[in-house]
Design a protein around this ligand. Structure first.
Ligand code: ADP
Ligand code: MG
Length: 255
């Protein structure tokens, strides 16, 4: 069986969606079957994988409100071997609509259980908050991958994220593990990036991926073309680094 990885960090702008899109696309490029699940109402993972988020009939919102089956919510992305359950702004209201529903922490997990055997990897992009959607991602996932932006306040909020992960492990998903941390927007020319990496290594006893994602303009441009980096500019530094990260993730045997 494959692995379900949630990409989480409640800070916005740290590279979650960029990592989710490109790790999913690079794993698919290696021949594995991948499902992407967009759990952010902004729907940037959806559009970044070439799907028009306002044209999809059944998104993760309809799925979570039980208005469609999981099979009906899965659409093809622009990438071969990569399907997606899309999202759009409707999802922003889901939290309130789910109030009072029993086992609302497990809605996504219960749906994904039906299809998880069909995929080698499932990659979930989380919203920038520790809300019910993120909790649903954490009950569905086997592991959590945390992108950390190489900036001065990188460690801020990480203890809260770790605390939430511990709570979910204690109460909702005892099998949940931390996949690891990955540094994003790394700039080897600056001391700051290196200091951040050192600081995180000293303060957190967690697996850190060897691959660091550099700051690369192509990574910021690709979504506006609805393409992952390995299709937009397959020789760019961004593409090479996400390919390396995907390989590290796939090759891991200790999880
Ligand atoms: P999050 O999902 O955590 O909010 P995003 O992945 O959307 O973060 O990234 C925030 C912004 O930074 C986006 O505009 C994205 O294109 C840009 N970005 C992300 N990673 C990189 C990178 N390695 N190099 C350059 N720009 C990046
Ligand atoms: Mg995002």
């Amino acid at each position: 069986m494959g692995r379900i990885i949630a990409i989480a960090n409640q800070k916005g702008g740290v590279g979650k969606t960029t990592t989710a899109i490109n790790v999913a696309a690079c794993i698919a490029e290696s021949g594995k079957k991948v499902l992407a699940i967009d759990l952010d109402p902004q729907g940037n993972m959806t559009s970044g994988l070439g799907v028009d988020k306002n044209e999809v009939e059944n998104t993760v919102y309809e799925l979570m409100l039980d208005e469609c089956s999981i099979q009906e919510s899965i659409v093809e992305s622009v990438v071969e071997n990569l399907n997606i359950i899309s999202s759009n702004v409707n999802l922003a209201g889901a939290e309130i609509e789910l109030l009072g529903i029993t086992e609302k922490e497990y809605i996504l997990k219960n749906a994904v259980d039906y299809i998880k055997e069909d995929y080698d990897f499932i990659i979930i992009d989380c919203p920038p908050s520790l809300n019910m959607l993120t909790v649903n991602a954490m009950t569905t996932a086997n592991t959590i991958l945390v992108p950390i932006q190489c900036e001065y306040y990188a460690l801020e909020g990480l203890s809260q994220l770790m605390h939430t992960i511990n709570l979910v492990q204690d109460r909702l998903n005892p099998e949940l593990e931390i996949e690891g941390l990955v540094f994003t927007m790394y700039d080897m020319r600056t001391n700051l990036s290196n200091q951040v990496v050192e600081n995180v290594r000293e303060n957190l006893d967690t697996k850190i991926y060897d691959t660091m994602i550099p700051r690369n303009i192509k990574l910021a441009e690709a979504p506006s073309y609805g393409l992952p980096i390995n299709m937009y500019d397959k020789k760019s530094a961004g593409a090479e680094s996400y390919r390396k990260l995907a390989k590290e993730i796939v090759d891991r045997e200790d999880i």
